[in-house]
Ligand binder design. Structure first.
Ligand code: UD1
Length: 337
């Protein structure tokens, strides 16, 4: 089986590529390195002991995408590529719609033209809008920012394609909060600039790059007043993609939606404590105002994915913190170091 992995040099993509190769798949990556570093390829190759073909182009380019499909005989696609920063999407909505929808158009057109019928799509819990507590897949989808709308819209586009081309198979994977790194400490999340997300921010405070964590809100209606999220180790998330790909090989249904989360909520302070345990010292923080657009609580009901994929999360919050810390402390400057 030969799988195209779009965005395969990125954070979740790279961990999934390593697991795909270990599971015996041939992998071809397309990535434009808009949010990835070229060094990741050598790291993936050293982890897998094999050379991994990588094409560096922008998937919104229909001609280049079609050319790739014409020259490779893909059996399926895992589509990670996309912009993902909520705040930036509010500043640059057209860039988000053009990039995220455009790359999906190119990929699905090329799939149809070259008879590739399986697509695993990176969606997000963001499609549940503000209703993310104990979210089940049948919940109404909507978004509260342009990034979120690109995910809602891409899901809809794929559903519409499935009606017109009922032989195709789509897995819409709604990720909760991916964190952690490969246990080797050689690949991990490497955000450019100031991290938007909690765990990369804590990691940079712990390694001395930032002074202290700002906790956005201490007065939510949660266990300790801080925001609660369903953190999922990137290795468990990667395994979910392989399980979804296998399920698409066997199913008669065109579209499947699966939540990929643990089902367990962890507060900001609980994550901070887990990180302090991994690092072995206290991490400075300050509780400040809520971040606009944040919700109090988000966690998956993963029952459907557990039952239908035979998949569940295995790794604890302590392992998420320990693996993130190994990656961050071994690579204080990320892939550029
Ligand atoms: C954010 C996005 C979500 C996206 C996800 C990708 C928003 C509103 N939501 O989710 O759409 O799918 O990233 O991973 O941006 N926190 C702090 N201090 C920080 C950073 C975060 O206290 O410096 C808190 C937040 O208030 C929240 C929790 O940590 O309670 C998690 O935040 P974050 O990692 O940014 O993820 P989400 O907001 O859940």
């Amino acid at each position: 089986m030969k799988i195209l992995v779009s965005g395969g040099a990125g954070y979740i993509g790279s961990h999934t590529v390593v697991q795909l190769v270990a599971a015996g798949y041939d992998v071809v990556i397309v990535d434009n390195f808009s949010n990835a570093h070229p060094t990741v390829l050598a790291r993936m190759e050293s982890l897998t002991g094999t050379s991994i073909p990588l094409h560096s182009f922008d998937l919104t380019d229909h001609d280049k995408t079609e050319h790739l499909f014409a020259t490779e005989d893909f059996d399926g696609v895992i589509h990670f590529a996309g912009h993902k920063a909520v705040g930036e999407s509010v500043e640059k909505p057209l860039d988000y719609y053009e990039n995220n929808l455009g790359s999906t158009f190119s990929i699905v057109r090329a799939m149809q033209r070259y008879d590739v019928d399986k697509l695993v799509f990176s969606s997000s819990a963001t499609v549940y809008g503000e209703d993310q507590a104990a979210a089940t897949e049948d919940r109404r989808t909507y978004a509260t920012n342009p990034y979120g709308w690109t995910k809602v819209m891409q899901e809809q586009i794929l559903r519409d394609v499935a009606v017109a081309a009922p032989h195709m198979r789509f897995a819409l994977l709604r990720y909760f909060n991916p964190v952690g790194a490969h246990p080797s400490g050689t690949i991990g999340e490497d955000p450019s600039g100031i991290p938007n997300n909690l765990v990369p921010y804590i990691a940079q405070v712990a390694v001395g790059k930032r002074e202290k964590l700002m906790i956005f809100g201490g007065d939510y209606d949660t266990v300790d007043g801080t925001g609660v999220r369903d953190y999922i180790h990137v290795e468990d998330l990667a395994a979910g993609h392989i399980a979804a790909l296998k399920a698409l090989e066997e199913t008669d249904e065109a579209v499947h939606t699966w939540n990929l989360g643990s089902g367990k909520g962890t507060s900001v302070l609980e994550m901070l404590r887990a990180f302090e345990k991994a690092v072995g010292r206290e991490i400075p923080y300050e509780i400040v105002a809520r971040r606009p657009g944040d919700i109090a609580t988000s966690y998956a009901d993963p029952t459907k994915a557990n039952a239908e994929l035979g998949w569940s999360t295995k790794k604890t919050v302590e392992e998420m913190a320990a693996d993130t810390w190994r990656w961050q402390s071994q690579n204080p400057e990320g892939f550029a170091g």
